[in-house]
Every structure is written in structure tokens, then in C-alpha cells.
Design a protein around this ligand. Structure first.
Ligand code: DCP
Ligand code: MG
Length: 241
């Protein structure tokens, strides 16, 4: 069992297909509990980095370490247990709302399910469903809105005890009012977890411990919000629009 959640990327170079490099020489060190934000234009390689941390793809060059252990030597089911994620395209299965939330934590009590749903601002819409938490979701949550599906994925992350969290446009389908409402829950979700966050709205990454600016698969700037603003480079441009 991994417990600290220190994540290190060392000289990672990667492409999905031979001859087309998508990430070039990426170095990142996330200390346990830190919040690391990736920003940069569409296609810059943000999601790709998180795909590699998840080991959805194998890297040829460089290495990724979790608590000092090369992820190639960590069993996939152990990785799944230790990394929670909320992505833009949601993952739900046909089963009840309750089962979907406690996926990965089958031991979770009903109370824990409700607490997680409240953190995710999902409790009130769940209660309005015909059978509440026992409502059966059709394949991939087809009977829910896209935003509601994301909230269920957030609830699932909240109930998980994974020390590492990946948020890739986690609230992109949620309306602005709910997004405002969920901010406290997101802070609670990230608390004590090493978090990698990708968000187009830069206000949500402002308080990150490290902001990493990617362009064409390379890190071009790295620092805190204040440092990057002072630098007056690409982040400053993105931030001031
Ligand atoms: N790519 C690919 N094969 C995939 C996924 C991506 O060839 N299965 C390519 C498309 C892009 C590059 O990799 O040129 C980087 O893609 P990312 O998804 O990592 O880009 P971002 O996440 O930064 O972009 P966005 O902000 O649009 O999500
Ligand atoms: Mg992406």
C-alpha cells in the first residue's frame, strides 16, 4: 500500500505513435499533499501527463516514481486504489447511484456515501431522483445530465481514500452557480492528497503550490501564481487574457 503520495516525473518524453513526440523532457516533483496545476493551450499535453501518471500508457523514455517506486513496478490495481480521478468524460456503470459512488470502496457505509455526495453537491439532486440513492443508472448514467454525472464522479473521489487525485476539467459540465457552490467541497477533496489539476478557468488553479505551463509538450514556465505573474510571460498572458 502506498501512503505518502509523492509523485516524481523525471525526464519524461512520450508520444502516442512513433515519431510524434507529445511530451518532451518533463520534470515535475509533487510533494505529498501538494496541489500541482497544469495549464496551457489545447493540445499542449496536459491530459497526456495525467494519462502517464495513471499508467494508461507506458513510457519509453524517463521515469515516473510514486513514493520513490517506479510505477512500472507497481501493480495496476494498486495504482487504481491509490489514484482517484475526476475527468471531463465521466465513468459510471449500470447500477444504483449508491453503488456508483462507493465503487472502489465497497465497504463504505450509507452514511459515508451521503457525506461524499454532500461534498460533491450531489445530495440534493440524488434525493430528487425517483428512488434516491437506490435509483438505477442506465449505461454510463444516460438518465442523468452531464453535470450530474460529473458530480457523482466527484462524490466517488471524495469517498475514496486515495492519496493522489487527478482532476481534469472536473467541473467543466457543471453550471457556474453549482461550480461556485462546490468550491468548498473541492478544497475538502484535495485536502491531504497530492492533486494534479487541469482547468481552463485559471481562477481555480491560482492557489496551487506549483503551476506548470505547457506549450507543445514542453514545460515553458513553472512556479506559483505570484511568481508567474511577476515573470510577465506566458502565464501572465493567459491570466490577463
Ligand atoms: N494525442 C494523440 N493520441 C491520443 C491523445 C492525444 O495523438 N490518444 C495528441 C493530441 C495532442 C497531444 O497528443 O496533439 C496532446 O493531447 P492532450 O490531450 O494531452 O492535450 P491537452 O489535454 O493539453 O489539451 P486540451 O486542453 O484540449 O484537453
Ligand atoms: Mg486535456
Amino acid at each position: 500500500q502506498l501512503i505518502k503520495g509523492e509523485v516524481t516525473l523525471k525526464n519524461v518524453t512520450f508520444g502516442y505513435v512513433p515519431g510524434k513526440t507529445v511530451l518532451k523532457n518533463i520534470n515535475v516533483k509533487a510533494k505529498p499533499g501538494q496541489k500541482i496545476a497544469f495549464v496551457g493551450s489545447t493540445g499542449a499535453g496536459k491530459t497526456t501527463i495525467t494519462n502517464l501518471i495513471n499508467r494508461f500508457y507506458e513510457i519509453e523514455e524517463g521515469e515516473i516514481l510514486i513514493d520513490g517506486i517506479n510505477i512500472k513496478n507497481i501493480k495496476k490495481d494498486s495504482l487504481r486504489r491509490n489514484i482517484a480521478m475526476v475527468l471531463q468524460d465521466t465513468h459510471l456503470f449500470s447500477g444504483t447511484v449508491r453503488e456508483n459512488i462507493r465503487y472502489g470502496r465497497p465497504d463504505a457505509t450509507d452514511e459515508e456515501v451521503i457525506t461524499a455526495a454532500k461534498i460533491a453537491c450531489a445530495h440534493s439532486f440524488i434525493e430528487r431522483l425517483p428512488q434516491g440513492y437506490d435509483t438505477v443508472l442506465e449505461g454510463d448514467g444516460a438518465n442523468l445530465s452531464q453535470g450530474e454525472r460529473q458530480l457523482l464522479n466527484i462524490a466517488r473521489a471524495a469517498i475514496s481514500k486515495a492519496p493522489i487525485l487527478i482532476l481534469d476539467e472536473a467541473t467543466s459540465s457543471v453550471d457556474t452557480r453549482t461550480e461556485k457552490h462546490i468550491e468548498r467541497g473541492m478544497d475538502q477533496l484535495m485536502k491531504n492528497r497530492t492533486t494534479f489539476v487541469i482547468a481552463h478557468r485559471l481562477s481555480t488553479v491560482r492557489n496551487a503550490d506549483q503551476i506548470i505551463v505547457l506549450e507543445h509538450g514542453e514545460i515553458i514556465e513553472q512556479g506559483t501564481h505570484d511568481e508567474l505573474i511577476k515573470m510577465g510571460g506566458r502565464y501572465y498572458q493567459l491570466y490577463t487574457g
